[in-house]
Write a protein that binds this ligand. Structure first.
Ligand SMILES: Cc1cc2nc3c(=O)[nH]c(=O)nc-3n(C[C@H](O)[C@H](O)[C@H](O)COP(=O)(O)OP(=O)(O)OC[C@H]3O[C@@H](n4cnc5c(N)ncnc54)[C@H](O)[C@@H]3O)c2cc1C
Length: 435
């Protein structure tokens, strides 16, 4: 293994979409950057349906051509199916806005994440897989480096410290720094679990020049399925419900998965001829925020910052966007010699309030009676804004008119807290620590 430099301007922990994006942008700006990933790339990951707004970050990174050549299934829209099996008219993105940026992909995350990881290397980052961050080294409250454990091809481990002016934590749901500092807060309103599996030979519902992400409720409305057709005849199918409902006292995850599928005719029919190609997998308690997301010499991005919910496929986009915004602040701080929490986290308040728009839509989705298709039929004036939200267009312009009419569902979901209170509560913790 090539030796590590004793010191880097920036060390990025975690080689998922957030880490690779941040590393590429900081390295490209001319700062020495180390990106470490504990697993060997490619590694599997859930989260395969992208939001179209990822386009602009891919364009900035210079990966659009590589992604287009990767052969992923083209995602052209989203469709919702209610508990009686009634299908909403699909929300086709290009009908709303006929630009290439309105389409995206259902990706194979192993391939996609490696593509971004390798790209960060091409942009000048020192990218290492098989290297685990054991801890972030602190000087008082300021991050000043990282303790790493590298494993070579013979399985020999080596532990070493590298110094860093800035540490970007992009370690995903393990959220290394936030876990160590006790900053993680599981969202009690969204204590969910997911069980999923991949199939071949399933229906693909191709129309509009590509495939759609389909969200289907089960008959008793206790859970919902995602249905994500990918390239090479693969379909990703997963069920999401309250953690206790799905995982307590109901047998193995495979048994629960089969039971829930039996309650969802739309999934059963589409999988009638299909065969599984991998084992059933489980994730639980995945919605959380972090009380503080930046400090002197450190900043959290992607799932290490927080995660809302998979229903609108916003996770990868928010991972990329947070990494982009944080990288710009890191570059600014390194140029000015000011890597305080205030500088590194300057993007956080705006990011918190913008992503909160999707969070509110998630609360509405889980509030019981809310149905996306029905809501749009009853409130056609909100159709355009809803499609904007599904595309991921939350960071530009004035948004939020739709929420006036979503109020009844939000009140039900939040137990009397008004969306305004909710927003303040969500935004507050993400304001960076300022000495
Ligand atoms: C059930 C479920 C379904 C989802 N579906 C979707 C979807 O359809 N669309 C979507 O956009 N999003 C989806 N998501 C969310 C999406 O998967 C994440 O938001 C996205 O992967 C976040 O990217 P990231 O780079 O922040 O973290 P990750 O992709 O998790 O990457 C973090 C990396 O850090 C590495 N790491 C961890 N600890 C260390 C350490 N100590 N040292 C070194 N490396 C470390 C990990 O190995 C990992 O590779 C889903 C999530 C769940 C739970």
């Amino acid at each position: 293994m090539t030796a590590f430099a004793p010191e880097y301007d920036c060390v990025v922990l975690g080689g998922g979409p957030a880490g690779s994006t941040a590393a590429a942008l900081v390295a490209e700006a001319g700062f020495s950057t180390l990106l470490v990933e504990r697993q060997r790339m490619p590694r599997e990951h859930i989260g395969e349906s992208l939001m179209p707004e990822t386009y602009w970050i891919f364009e900035r990174l210079g990966v659009l051509e590589k992604l287009a050549a990767a052969g992923y299934a083209k995602k052209v829209g989203v469709q919702f199916v209610n508990n009686t099996g009634r299908e909403s008219a699909p929300f086709f993105f290009r009908t709303h806005d006929d630009r290439p940026s309105s389409e995206t992909w259902h990706v194979d995350r192993g391939h996609f994440d490696k593509l971004l990881f390798d790209h960060a290397g091409e942009r000048g980052a020192d990218c290492r897989d098989g290297v685990r961050a054991l801890e972030i080294l602190l000087d008082g409250e300021a991050a000043c480096g990282v303790r790493l454990q590298a494993v070579d091809d013979e399985g020999q481990t080596e532990t070493l410290d590298v110094a860093a002016k800035v540490v970007i934590d992009a370690t995903g749901q393990s959220s290394l720094l936030a876990s160590r500092l006790g900053l993680r807060k599981v969202n009690p309103q969204l204590k969910k679990a997911a069980i999923w599996q991949h199939f071949r030979g399933a229906a693909r519902d191709e129309e509009g020049g590509g495939v759609k992400t389909i969200i289907m409720h089960t008959a008793d409305k206790q859970a919902w399925f995602w249905y994500i057709p990918q390239a090479r005849d693969v379909v990703s199918v997963g069920v999401v419900g309250d953690r206790d409902y799905l995982l307590k006292g109901r047998g193995t995850p495979a048994e629960v998965f089969a039971e829930e599928m039996a309650k969802c005719a739309g999934v059963e029919e589409r999988l009638a001829e299909a065969l599984p190609i991998d084992e059933v997998a489980v994730a639980k308690e995945f919605s959380y925020t972090t009380e503080r997301s930046a400090g002197d010499g450190w900043v959290l991005v992607g799932d290490a910052w927080g995660f809302i919910d998979p229903v609108y496929s916003s996770g990868v986009y928010f991972a990329l966007k947070s990494a982009e915004l944080a990288a710009d602040c890191v570059v600014d701080g390194l140029r000015r010699g000011d890597v305080s929490g205030a500088t590194l986290g300057a993007w956080l308040p705006e990011f918190g309030s913008r992503t909160n728009l999707v969070r509110k839509l998630v609360y509405a989705f889980y509030s019981g009676e809310f149905r996306v298709g029905k809501f749009v039929m009853e409130h056609p004036q909100h159709h355009a804004e809803l499609v904007d939200l599904l595309i991921g267009r939350v960071f530009d312009g004035e948004r939020g008119a739709i929420f006036a009419d979503l109020e009844p569902w939000l009140e039900r979901a939040l137990g009397g807290d008004s969306p305004g209170d909710e927003e303040a509560a969500e935004d507050g913790p993400n304001v960076p620590s300022v000495a």
